[in-house]
Design a protein around this ligand. Structure first.
Ligand SMILES: CC(C)(COP(=O)(O)OP(=O)(O)OC[C@H]1O[C@@H](n2cnc3c(N)ncnc32)[C@H](O)[C@@H]1OP(=O)(O)O)[C@@H](O)C(=O)NCCC(=O)NCCS
Length: 195
């Protein structure tokens, strides 16, 4: 269809849109391009990390492209966690938040994260993530640092303390579900980093 001459032209400096994609909608080219992005943004990104970021049947990705290539990404996948002595419950777990080094500090990380927040709130009362140096970045977006200890439940059912709690953060869409951030939080083990 020819362009509508009456339509307002997009400003030259318009922000590129944030795309929301379910994991199943990412084709092989998208997945390969995302792996390149993650490898550029992180110095130590592993195959396990890449597998954790995608969840066919529940994963949701926010991404921004530049010239067709993804330059910013964040995903949320379902995970089962236990808070204190409460029941195991499904929550959102944010993975592989990355902005290409050539595009950082321009608000893209903030935009992909904020694009996930409504999707998280629609599906889960809370979401968690584990970060290293970026607690300040997430705190500005409303995430809170976990105040308790963290544990991993191994395949044989034993639960071991881990040292992840310093980098664990939570987004409480419904604060009544986890009213106290000083309780223990437990995840199920998986290959690669448990958290
Ligand atoms: C962390 C990362 C995703 C941030 O993306 P970004 O596009 O550079 O960040 P933005 O431009 O959206 O920054 C938004 C705000 O957070 C701040 N910010 C960005 N990175 C930060 C960090 N690591 N720590 C604290 N604040 C940070 C910015 O200064 C900005 O603040 P302002 O709005 O007051 O100016 C990006 O730097 C990155 O990919 N880093 C390498 C991979 C990584 O560490 N990912 C997170 C692992 S959990």
């Amino acid at each position: 269809m020819p362009p509508d001459p009456a339509a307002p032209a997009a400003p030259a400096d318009a922000e590129p849109p944030v795309e929301l994609r379910r994991s199943e909608e990412l084709d092989a080219a998208d997945r390969a391009a995302l792996r390149l992005l993650w490898d550029r943004a992180f110095s130590d990104f592993t195959d396990d990390d890449a597998a954790h970021a995608v969840h066919d049947g529940g994963g949701l990705h926010a991404l921004v492209r530049h010239a067709g290539v993804p330059v910013a990404h964040a995903s949320v996948v379902p995970r089962r966690l236990r808070f204190g002595a409460g029941p195991w419950r499904e929550v959102g777990y944010v993975e592989a938040v990355a902005v290409d080094p050539d595009h950082q500090r321009r608000g893209l990380g903030r935009r992909v994260m904020l694009a996930l927040h409504p999707a998280i709130a629609a599906r889960w009362p809370v979401a968690l993530l584990s970060t290293g140096k970026s607690t300040g970045f997430y705190a500005r977006l409303g995430w809170e640092r976990w105040g308790g200890l963290s544990f991993t439940r191994l395949a044989d059912g034993t639960e071991v303390a881990d040292d992840e709690h310093g980098g664990l953060m939570i987004l409480r869409c419904d604060p009544t579900v986890v009213p106290d951030l000083r309780v223990d939080v437990t995840c199920e083990d998986r290959s690669g980093d448990a958290w």
